[in-house]
Design a protein around this ligand. Structure first.
Ligand SMILES: NC(=O)C1=CN([C@@H]2O[C@H](COP(=O)(O)OP(=O)(O)OC[C@H]3O[C@@H](n4cnc5c(N)ncnc54)[C@H](O)[C@@H]3O)[C@@H](O)[C@H]2O)C=CC1
Ligand SMILES: Nc1nc(O)c(N)c(N[C@@H]2O[C@H](COP(=O)(O)O)[C@@H](O)[C@H]2O)n1
Length: 249
């Protein structure tokens, strides 16, 4: 895959796996944000209920991306709303990972300042290693509830310090990282300069609602806006998959 618009960072093995490169100075990790949004830019409804924006073909694309990743990251808002499992669903893809001496599933990561992840959340099952990134604000009780079910990473005072948390994850060998949402976390990752690549399925639905989650929520940028270089446009069912790499800021 051509990487004309991106700064190559010497990740030859990743190039063969079809990833784009962006040299960010803070970590050597490669971070891909992937999401499905409606034609009007929403990730879900104002009730924050999961909506079938994409179909089977897109879920297969997402499954392949998971299989190529060392970790799948979500915010705790997504865990509370969707209770995602975040494993590789296709048996053949899991078998291929094992043949390459990798765990059958990528690690799962929740960004969760105060430790609100429910102890019966699907991502805490034994299908993969799970990291819960906490801040100092997480109580002793919540830490005790999650310890034993997940690896706990603490970074930041009130909110998770993403630069520090991702540096710790990288030290654990998690280098090819995929982020599956939601909008609060995606905004913060762009704000921290941690995103290398954005892949979005735009589906044939209008969801509407000023309070419905969008691709990047948070406080929003006001003066400087991250710029993206378009790499590809692929039709999928009645939608499109857009792939951008993040231009240097
Ligand atoms: N269509 C799609 O592809 C996807 C849709 N979704 C939807 O997105 C919604 C959930 O998104 P959000 O409510 O935005 O939650 P989110 O998943 O982005 O989690 C945000 C939460 O993470 C925690 N957090 C800790 N440190 C943080 C930091 N530094 N920056 C940002 N967050 C930090 C905070 O508790 C914050 O409220 C749900 O409705 C879900 O269905 C989620 C994933 C994919
Ligand atoms: N790719 C995609 N298309 C849609 O239409 C969606 N609604 C979502 N949502 C996210 O997919 C995750 C589900 O993961 P599991 O199947 O439980 O492993 C979850 O994070 C949803 O928010 N994605």
């Amino acid at each position: 895959m051509p990487v004309d618009n991106c700064v190559e960072f010497g990740w030859q093995d990743l190039e063969t796996r079809g990833f784009l490169y962006h040299s960010h100075l803070t970590t050597g990790m490669h971070v891909v944000v992937n999401a499905a949004m409606s034609a009007d830019g929403k990730l879900s409804s104002r009730r924050r209920e999961q909506i079938a924006i994409s179909g089977e073909a897109d879920f297969e694309r997402v499954d392949r991306l998971r299989a190529d990743s060392d970790a799948v990251v979500v915010g705790v808002g997504t865990v509370l709303a969707d209770d995602p499992h975040l494993i590789v669903k296709d048996d053949t893809l899991r078998a291929q990972r094992r043949e390459n001496d990798r765990p059958a599933n990528p690690a799962r990561v929740v960004v969760d300042s105060s430790g609100r992840t429910p102890t019966d959340a699907a991502i805490l099952d034994d299908a993969a290693t799970t990291y819960v990134c906490l801040s100092e604000a997480a109580s002793v009780e919540r830490r005790a509830a999650l310890a034993g079910r997940a690896e706990l990473v603490t970074a930041g005072d009130e909110r998770v310090d993403l630069l520090r948390a991702f540096a710790t994850l990288q030290e654990q060998g998690l280098e090819q990282v995929m982020v599956e949402g939601g909008g609060e976390l995606i905004f913060s990752l762009f704000d921290a300069g941690l995103v290398d690549e954005l892949r979005v399925f735009i589906g044939p639905k209008i969801i509407g609602g000023r309070d419905a989650p969008t691709l990047a929520d948070g406080e929003g940028f006001v003066t400087e806006f991250p710029s993206l270089d378009l790499e590809s446009v692929d039709r999928l069912d009645d939608g499109v998959v857009l792939t951008w790499c993040v231009a240097d800021r």
